[in-house]
Design a protein around this ligand. Structure first.
Ligand SMILES: NC(N)=O
Length: 673
């Protein structure tokens, strides 16, 4: 790490960003929530709205929420670290190896709407299908996922803030989740999605700043051609082990490919077992959740790919530049190539931009984790085992308390991992060893009526044991019996544990289900939390725009008129959802084959080394993809919400010019008034 007098920014900047941005977003959330309550009728004072945004959010905003939850500290830092270590293959394997799971999750999202449309958590579905033992076993995997992801967020965030500003790491570990917890408690799920949207918009803006600096304007690099010659010079000075001709500009990278496999496995676990992604599917309108996941996955790819193709490669290209210090392996594992390159390229402003983009990524992903864990602790522990008849008020209070509890726990976990010397990079490659075994059992639980209960539970447990055992044995065998944090973090050691975990879990689950199939009737899971005939499906109106505008229309002849939209009941039509599932299945599998096989493998086997033209094309395609991504998650959500924005603007104008006339009034209240 940098010594105290080497930090690019003053300590105050670290505290300013961590505390200041946290407080800014808390205040922003208060305003947003007040605007929502006054002009739309939505208020997070209902537990359903707090945890599920009344299941009414449109696909652009869900896609933006997926991008934001899936953009971790590692997405920026670890992707740049693998670009630094393996060259151009690192960004590809990081991006593609963590995009396909989000695309495939579109299938699970369609099945969720088809088979358990009113569930609050994925664990409620496991419990309804397979009972208490399965509920507890899979809750272990679910919470372990949240704990590992949250720890990586805190470790990556705090390491970078400390490196750039000298801020105390332990203070960063606690202050990062604290600020986020405040705004999550104030705003709940819908306001968190709106906050995610603003984070994502700023994140793309800053990524563009780095991309154009490196590939267009920087006097140190400034074009793909100069980047190419600097990378060639770097590989001549220090060839990359396992890469064709030691080059940085080739997809033929043995270690890059090994990282790719580890990345694919670990990210299956952290998407399929993280309530945060189920929660976005739950919050989504049924008709558009598949679209949201496909758009979100494709948009997200650009973030790690382009960020690390820019800053990770710059960290290599700038070796020898006086502003670029030499990084130790521990600093690379902590994710520091990107911040170091940003500071070397743009000095204090580069360091500040990096700090802000990282902090926004960490806070929005942290908010997703906080509300996800809070939902599990509330619905799957408090309500299920302690107070099945909990009232809406009790559920809301417990949800708030659990957000605060997990925020503190995140700080504690970050501190523990920091002291025992476990870095974000180590945890990133380790996650599939612990979590991989439950991927297949969870997928089949919601998708496949033949899945065998005990085979799936046994597969998850046996896969977990096999993963840990294989990882330890391989570490011992490859390192002359020395098993410690350093030896166990090697590529082959992690690869073996990841493969054993997902492989054993998957094989046991599939074989038992094939020979001893269940014939499960998903009506059982469709009955979870189903609203009774006498109450509406949710406590808030289901259609954010049409329903509200219709009601406003009943009390005001001046209101804007819009076309009526389908209700949630219409959107739960099984034929339409089955069609959406088939579309999700075909499109996600085709995209998987393209991203993991058709593009990278021919380049790997052909041992192609990119010339200037090849690297330029690679970078330009990345830029175009990034523009489309920004359009999808920044411009499209505004367009799809134009009616709601008009409604709010009309309300504000009325408040200003007609003194209080802008408040949203539901029809019943209007007639009483
Ligand atoms: N979300 C990831 N794997 O960056």
């Amino acid at each position: 790490m940098s010594s105290a007098n080497e930090h690019v920014l003053p300590q105050g900047a670290g505290y300013g960003v961590v505390v200041g941005i946290g407080l800014f977003f808390s205040a922003f959330m208060v305003v947003l929530t007040a605007v929502q309550a006054r002009y739309t009728g939505f208020s997070p004072k209902s537990s359903e709205e707090f945890n599920s945004a009344s299941r009414s959010v449109k696909p652009g905003l869900i896609a933006s929420g997926i991008v934001s939850a899936w953009t971790w500290a590692a997405t920026l830092l670890q992707s740049s670290a693998v670009a630094y270590k393996y060259g151009i293959s690192g960004p590809w394997w990081y991006g593609a190896g963590a995009t396909v799971q989000v695309l495939l999750f579109a299938q699970l999202a369609a099945k969720l709407k088809l088979n358990a449309p009113y569930a609050h958590t994925w664990l409620e579905i496991v419990a309804a299908r397979w009972g208490t033992v399965a509920h507890i076993v899979f809750m272990f995997f679910g919470l372990a996922t949240n704990i590992i992801v949250s720890s990586m967020l805190i470790l990556g965030g705090s390491a970078t803030v400390t490196d750039l500003t000298g801020m105390n790491t332990i203070a960063a570990c606690f202050l990062i989740p604290l600020g986020v917890a405040i705004y999550v408690v104030v705003g709940g799920m819908r306001a968190t999605l709106l906050c995610d949207y603003t984070h994502t918009a700023v994140l793309f803006a800053i990524i563009f700043v780095f991309v154009f600096t490196v590939y267009a304007t920087s006097p140190k690099i400034g074009s793909p051609a100069v980047m190419h010659s600097l990378l060639q010079a770097a590989s001549e000075a220090a060839p990359v082990a396992g890469n064709a001709h030691g080059s940085y500009v080739t997809m033929r990278s043995k270690n890059g490919l090994i990282f790719g496999v580890i990345n694919v496995i670990g990210n299956f676990a952290t998407v399929f077992q993280d309530q945060a992604y189920w929660q976005r599917a739950i919050a989504s309108r049924p008709a558009s959740c598949v679209k949201a996941y496909l758009l979100g996955g494709l948009a997200w790819f650009a973030i790690p790919f382009m960020f690390s193709t820019t800053l990770g490669l710059s960290a290599v290209a700038l070796r020898g530049d006086p502003a670029m210090r030499i990084l130790t392996p521990a600093e690379v594992s902590a994710g520091l190539p990107a911040p170091t390159a940003a500071a070397a390229l743009l000095g204090k402003s580069g360091a500040a931009a990096l700090l802000i983009v990282l902090f926004l990524a960490v806070t929005s992903a942290t908010s997703a984790e906080l509300i996800a864990v809070s939902s599990i602790l509330t619905y799957d522990i408090y309500k299920k085992y302690f107070n099945p008849k909990a009232t809406d008020g009790q559920i809301l209070r417990v949800s708030h308390a659990m957000v605060a509890l997990f925020a503190v726990l995140m700080g504690v976990l970050g501190t523990i991992f920091f002291y025992i010397g476990i870095s974000m990079g180590w945890l990133y490659e380790f996650m599939g060893v612990v979590l991989g075994s439950a991927v297949v059992p969870i997928a089949v639980c919601i998708c496949w009526k033949r899945a065998n209960k005990w085979g799936s539970i046994g597969g998850a447990v046996a896969g977990f044991c096999a993963g840990i055992t294989t990882w330890l044995i391989t570490t011992s065998a490859l390192n002359h019996g020395v098993v410690n944090v350093t030896t166990s973090g090697g590529d082959l050691e992690m690869l073996s544990g990841n493969l054993a975990s997902i492989g054993v879990g998957g094989i046991i689950t599939c074989v038992t289900s094939y020979f001893w199939p269940e014939n499960f009737d998903f009506d059982t899971t469709r009955a979870i939390n189903v609203p009774s005939q006498s109450e509406p499906a949710t406590e808030q109106p289901l259609d954010y725009t049409a329903d509200h505008e219709k009601k406003r229309h009943e009390v005001s002849s001046e209101t804007v008129s819009i076309a009526s939209e389908p209700t949630e009941e219409d959107e739960l039509d099984p034929a339409a959802l089955n069609k959406a599932f088939k579309f999700a299945a075909w499109s996600s599998i085709i995209l998987l084959v393209v991203m993991l096989l058709i593009i990278p493998l021919p380049l790997f086997f052909a041992q192609t080394i990119f010339g200037v033209g090849g690297l330029t094309a690679w970078v330009v395609i990345g830029m175009i993809w990034t523009f489309f991504s920004a359009f999808t998650v920044v411009v499209y959500p505004l367009w799809e919400s134009r009616s709601a924005l008009k409604l709010i603007t009309t309300g504000i104008i009325k408040d200003v010019f007609a003194k209080g006339g802008g408040k949203f009034i539901v029809a019943g209240e209007a007639s009483k008034a």
